[in-house]
Ligand binder design. Structure first.
Ligand SMILES: NC(=O)NC1=NC(=O)NC1=O
Length: 164
């Protein structure tokens, strides 16, 4: 779908299209209300702008729709399909998979939420290294890093949905 098609959708259908990008309803509503967009570039800029205000509450909302790194998203809904594609990098070897599971657990015990990283284009080994680096972040640092990863994931999904 291109930006003209997106502009032409009903508000209901436009909102439904955006929902799998991130589980933050206010973000989709803001983008739908901002139509019509003169270009794809303008839409993507508006999407990034709308994500700048995200804080802890939005992060917790969004994490409900993101499976752990290394876990295959179940189900047929669009979010799961996105996650499966994003995590479609080379399947980790047994040691890396075990280290990811242990790292996810340690992260959740320390920060009380799922470790979030933009998986697209990254190998399991790269994400394991990022996880181990971020494990020692302060809670504030880690919240900011998680929000930036959420923004990247969201915008990458939108770029896939709205074609040039
Ligand atoms: N816990 C996660 O980071 N999950 C994910 N990262 C992605 O890029 N897609 C996901 O589902």
């Amino acid at each position: 779908m291109n930006v003209d098609d997106f502009n032409a959708l009903s508000a209901e259908r436009a909102g439904a299209l955006l929902r799998p990008c991130v589980a933050i309803p206010a973000w989709a509503a803001q983008l739908v209300a901002g139509r019509p967009y003169a270009s794809r570039t303008e839409l993507l800029a508006a999407a990034r702008q709308a994500s700048q205000g995200w804080q802890e509450a939005e992060l917790m909302l969004a994490l409900s729709a993101h499976p752990r790194i290394g876990e295959r998203a179940a189900g047929q809904h669009a979010e799961a399909a996105f996650s499966r594609r994003e995590q479609a990098g080379v399947p980790p070897d047994a040691d890396t998979a075990a280290a990811l599971r242990a790292g996810n657990l340690a992260y959740e015990q320390r920060f009380g939420r799922v470790f979030l990283v933009r998986a697209k284009g990254r190998s399991a080994e790269e994400m394991l290294a990022i996880l181990q680096r971020r494990l020692v972040n302060s809670p504030v640092q880690e919240q900011q890093e998680s929000l930036e990863q959420l923004r990247q994931i969201t915008l990458l999904r939108l770029e896939e949905l709205i074609t040039p």
